[in-house]
Design a protein around this ligand. Structure first.
Ligand SMILES: [Zn+2]
Length: 163
């Protein structure tokens, strides 16, 4: 059974069914209100949807800008960090081999120089050579985090441009 409200709402929303028509026919109150509801429905349907002001979209984008940028940066970093981790791992994998090779090289040079030079002089040369190798290794591997960070920054900027 359709109540008064159901019947009037059906007329207001232009969704009239047989039950609503039956109710309007038998209910004096709804029969009296039905023309008002129909007029209201016609006026609501005639009212055009409001057009947003042209400044609304730029204002919304400006307000959401920092949040969108933070989201894009987080997404770009999540996309970039596996590449940075791979670069760091690739740089660190040969380190033990390089150290073993350098130690063998220094010992070979030491034994070679020991055959032709006085002990003190060959020790001095070998220590100098070992110190130079250690300095070069330190500089090379010290640069790896900076290069990886720079690569990540470039990837982030790239993500900004394309994201
Ligand atoms: Zn009624």
């Amino acid at each position: 059974m359709t109540g008064c409200e159901d019947a009037l709402v059906a007329f207001l929303l232009d969704q009239v069914d047989a039950a609503a028509v039956d109710h309007i026919r038998t209910c004096p109150r709804c029969r009296a209100e039905q023309p008002v509801v129909r007029a209201l429905a016609v006026r609501l349907a005639a009212d055009p949807a409001p057009t947003p002001p042209p400044t609304l979209a730029p204002r919304v984008l400006t307000a959401a800008g920092p949040l969108l940028a933070r989201n894009a940066q987080g997404a770009a970093w999540r996309a970039a960090w596996p590449a940075v981790a791979r670069a760091l791992a690739a740089a660190l994998i040969p380190l033990p081999a390089i150290l073993v090779f350098d130690v063998a090289l220094v010992r070979a040079i030491y034994s070679l120089l020991g055959a032709v030079l006085p002990h003190g002089l060959s020790l001095y040369l070998v220590v100098n050579h070992a110190a130079l190798l250690a300095l070069l290794l330190t500089l090379t591997y010290g640069a790896v985090p900076f290069l990886a960070a720079r690569q990540a920054r470039l990837l982030l900027q790239d993500g900004y441009r394309h994201g």
